[in-house]
Design a protein around this ligand. Structure first.
Ligand code: OAD
Length: 243
């Protein structure tokens, strides 16, 4: 599809869905998982981000999460996050994110579906307690008032997504006119199925990623740029088309 055709679709779009991954937070100083500087180069995900790892050694898993929580606390949304929040001036925007850092909300996006949870929330492994817990814990692993061990409210390998959130994400994918897929390698299921749902329902797919991904060929347009630049330009384009 030509840039003009994509612009035409953007001009008429009522609903835009944005699938985001670790790449959109890279420029906020939060590392990605894959690639040369990715976390999974230095750490084994099964030893740090699985329910088995947590059962074996909750203290170790928590130490790793406390480091990431501290980094995320000090991080700020970048131009990419802000541009997605800006898009809400022109059409309905839903952000379907695999990120757990809360930066889309901090940038002002109002409809964010957190497919993999949120690192600043905790939940109890024994009772139904769930809460925001932004600060550092004095002892690891932290405990609930009921005596149970608390865990980060994130989705680990081998765990299902929240059914409610996943169903809402599918609905957004089917309902959008344009889907933007930014900063994700699209290798993790089931989030990587969302572009196919959107495509099936007739949406235009625009990928934003400096690298080619396994699904680049299925996109109508691939913008090979970092997300702060590409999403910033997209917001400017929308301003020109519809402002
Ligand atoms: P990945 O680390 O797999 O992919 C990050 C993508 O961002 C890559 O395709 C990079 O090319 C791209 N990228 C890097 N810098 C960028 C930038 N400045 N702007 C735009 N793109 C950039 O991260 P995810 O796809 O998010 O799950 O990974 C998906 C899931 O795998 C994560 O949610 C996490 C991980 O294991 C769990 O922990 C369950």
């Amino acid at each position: 599809m030509s840039f003009e055709e994509i612009s035409e679709r953007l001009k008429r779009a009522e609903k835009v869905a944005v699938v985001t991954g670790a790449g959109v937070s890279r420029e906020s100083g939060i590392p990605t998982f894959r690639g040369e500087e990715g976390l999974w180069r230095r750490h084994d995900p099964m030893k740090l981000a699985s329910i088995e790892a947590f059962r074996d050694n909750p203290g170790l898993v928590w130490q790793w999460y406390e480091e990431r929580r501290a980094n995320i606390r000090s991080a700020k949304p970048n131009r990419g996050h802000e541009a997605l929040a800006d898009l809400e001036r022109f059409c309905k925007v839903s952000v379907l994110t695999q990120n757990i850092d809360g930066l889309h909300q901090r940038a002002g996006s109002t409809r964010v579906l957190e497919l993999h949870g949120n690192i600043t929330r905790v939940k109890c492994t024994a009772c139904s307690f769930k809460d925001e817990a932004a600060g550092r814990f004095p002892e690891l692993p932290p405990r609930c008032n009921c005596g149970g061990i608390l865990r980060p409210d994130v989705v680990w390998f081998g765990e299902p997504l929240s059914v409610e959130i996943w169903q809402s994400a599918i609905q957004e994918a089917y309902a959008c006119d344009v889907m933007i897929i930014a900063g994700t390698s699209l290798v993790v299921s089931p989030a990587n199925a969302l572009p196919a749902f959107a495509r099936r329902a007739g949406a235009v797919l625009v990928e934003v990623n400096p690298e080619e991904t396994e699904m680049s060929r299925e996109m109508n347009l691939s913008v090979r740029e970092v997300s702060s630049v590409a999403l910033g330009r997209l917001a400017e384009l929308m301003e020109r088309l519809r402002g």
